[in-house]
Design a protein around this ligand. Structure first.
Ligand code: NAP
Length: 319
């Protein structure tokens, strides 16, 4: 019998698709399996469906065994998977691009507006009973119309942000060496982007070249009034450097959907800052999007188990 391990309870749209063909073993606890539980659970499986919370490395692939035919992740980012190790073992790795583009672009915009208009600060203000009167100078923020948005990484999500930016009358520049200009966005080098942008949105994948791309040097080139939005991956940003830049007002504000590590420890100094918004990795967190992600992940898993080419494969050189 084909053995499958699914590392968490995924939406029924995807799970039922798998159950039409197979009887998967599903980790149905709220918390992900520990490393030990994971290594134990994957032993002898033919297919693995994982989330970004699982580190899928060579050790795990070897613990599964040489019969492992497919690794399917319910995410577009695959930085939690050692794709080279999978390729060496001729295991196709699937991801879920496209279906989460709009939800993640919406989240980037929600964070951009929240930071620009200081919504979480304002909300805390009201709940603390500090709202005494309307005041000409109370909690003033930044305008989007007429401002410049710089997008670092102009792929699916970066472009969807640019599309939304047109409606907000933002000028858009981007840095992404191979991307064609769309939605009125203008390609520029990174220094120009940092010098001119009032908002900087990070939308690159996490890989060796992009780890700590947002570092002290990067932040020092931004405007003191600039707002940074990260909906990519926490590892793209050096959090110590960000803390220093926010604390010293070298930049004005940051809004983070992702951190390193996740969850962010409660003693992180970032949590002391009024000018930093942090939400718990919710970029794709809409009902419809998660349903669609589960379906793509299921389709990749089923294709891999049947020996078919994965509809969305990140290492198609295995074929
Ligand atoms: P994508 O279509 O592959 O876009 C990424 C873009 O970044 C590509 O245009 C890529 O160019 C460019 N890029 C790569 N390295 C770069 C560098 N060093 N400098 C500038 N640009 C660079 O991916 P996507 O679907 O937009 O997703 C982007 C990332 O968002 C994912 O990898 C994932 O980590 C993250 N994400 C987060 C959430 C969330 O919940 N917060 C949800 C979805 C995705 P090339 O194609 O030329 O390499």
């Amino acid at each position: 019998m084909t053995k499958i391990f699914i590392t968490r309870l995924i939406p029924s749209s995807g799970l039922n698709l798998i159950k039409e063909h197979f009887q998967p073993d599903v980790w149905s606890h709220d918390l992900p399996p520990t490393r030990v539980q994971l290594l134990e659970s994957v032993r002898g499986v033919d297919g693995l469906l994982c989330l970004l919370t699982e580190k899928v490395d060579a050790e795990l692939m070897d613990a599964a065994g040489s019969q492992l035919k497919v690794i399917s992740s319910m995410s577009v980012g695959v930085d939690h998977i050692d794709v080279s190790a999978a390729t060496e073992r001729r295991i196709p790795v699937g991801n879920t691009p496209g279906v989460l583009t709009d939800a993640t672009a919406d989240q980037a915009f929600a964070l951009m507006l929240s930071a620009a208009r200081r919504i979480p600060e304002a909300e805390r203000y009201v709940r603390a009973g500090k709202w005494i009167t309307w005041s000409p100078s109370l909690l003033l923020g930044a305008d989007l119309a007429g401002a410049t948005l710089g997008i670092v990484g102009f792929g699916r999500i970066g472009q969807a942000i640019a599309k939304r930016a047109q409606g907000f009358e933002l000028r858009v520049v981007y840095y992404s060496p191979n991307a064609k200009p769309v939605f009125g966005a203008q390609p520029v080098d990174l220094n120009t982007l940092l010098k001119e942008s009032d908002f900087v949105s990070i939308n690159v994948p996490l890989k060796d070249e992009t780890r700590h791309l947002v570092n002290e040097n990067f932040l020092s080139k931004m405007k003191p009034t600039a707002i940074l939005i990260n909906t990519a991956r926490g590892g793209v940003l050096d959090q110590n450097a960000l803390y220093n830049a926010l604390k010293s007002k070298q930049i004005s504000y940051a809004a983070l959907d992702v951190t390193d590590p996740e969850p962010l420890p409660m003693n992180s100094p970032l949590l002391e800052l009024e000018n930093c918004i942090i939400v718990p990795h919710l970029g794709s967190a809409s009902k419809k999007t998660r349903d669609q992600m589960s379906v793509l992940a299921a389709q990749n898993l089923i294709a891999g188990l049947n020996g078919d080419i994965l509809p969305n494969c990140v290492n198609s050189d295995v074929y």
